[in-house]
Design a protein around this ligand. Structure first.
Ligand SMILES: N[C@@H](CCC(=O)N[C@@H](CS)C(=O)NCC(=O)O)C(=O)O
Length: 208
């Protein structure tokens, strides 16, 4: 059994989808960020950064608990544990690593910064907001260019790279004027991934 600690944001959704896709058994726990639950000692013991998502696998290797945070690290672990969505081919894996890193290191932080400077920060700096709008579009443009003529992010099958990228297309784009409409290949790919039953279940977690 895996304990999942999360919220229904882009960062959480990719882990929700992954758990649904693998069929691994898990118990979801909503973390009340507004109430500060992520900063309390029992959550800090799971992720010292005090951020969701995090998981605790009660059936880790050799029967020990495995506690993990950072969405992409969780996806790699669940892929290895379940033997799914992570083809055993060095070139394919290397390309998966590249896209997982690019999304985690570039696209995710651009949207996070845009959320902070655009919606939360008390001081309004249009220059800062414009910078992160441009960075967010840069990431979407890269995904759109890459997905031109492709059904999947990497190779010819559905992998953790698709699961990692999907909430960017499905959720993050809604925060930009124009949404996803300027990115036809990204939109086509998003619409096809959205058809998967496990994706529908994962995206619905914590929403009612
Ligand atoms: N790099 C992390 C980002 C996680 C993250 O920023 N989570 C947000 C919720 S979407 C959070 O916990 N925010 C609370 C805080 O930063 O205090 C990941 O990919 O898992």
């Amino acid at each position: 059994m895996i304990d999942l600690y999360s919220v229904p944001t882009t960062n959480g959704q990719r882990v929700h989808v992954m758990l649904e896709e693998t069929g691994l058994s898990y118990t979801p726990h909503f973390v009340d960020l507004h109430g500060g639950k992520h900063l309390e000692a029992d959550f800090i013991a799971k992720n010292p950064f005090g951020r969701v998502p995090a998981i605790v696998d009660r059936d880790g290797p050799k029967g020990a608990d495995v506690t993990l945070f950072e969405g992409h690290a969780i996806l790699y672990y669940l892929a290895e544990k379940s033997g799914q969505f992570y083809p055993d081919d060095l070139a394919v894996r290397a390309e998966i690593h590249t896209w997982m890193s690019a999304i985690s290191a570039n696209i995710g932080p651009a949207f996070s910064a845009l959320f902070w400077f655009g919606k939360i920060a008390p001081e309004h700096s249009q220059m800062t907001i414009d910078r992160y709008i441009a960075e967010a579009h840069r990431g979407l443009r890269a995904l759109d260019t890459h997905l031109d003529g492709r059904d999947y992010m990497v190779g010819d099958s559905y992998t953790i790279a698709d699961i990692h990228a999907y909430p960017v297309a499905a959720t993050s784009t809604a925060s930009l004027d124009g949404g996803i409409d300027d990115y036809p290949s990204l939109k086509r790919w998003r619409d096809s991934i959205a058809e998967r039953d496990a994706v529908k279940r994962g995206m619905a977690l914590f929403t009612d």
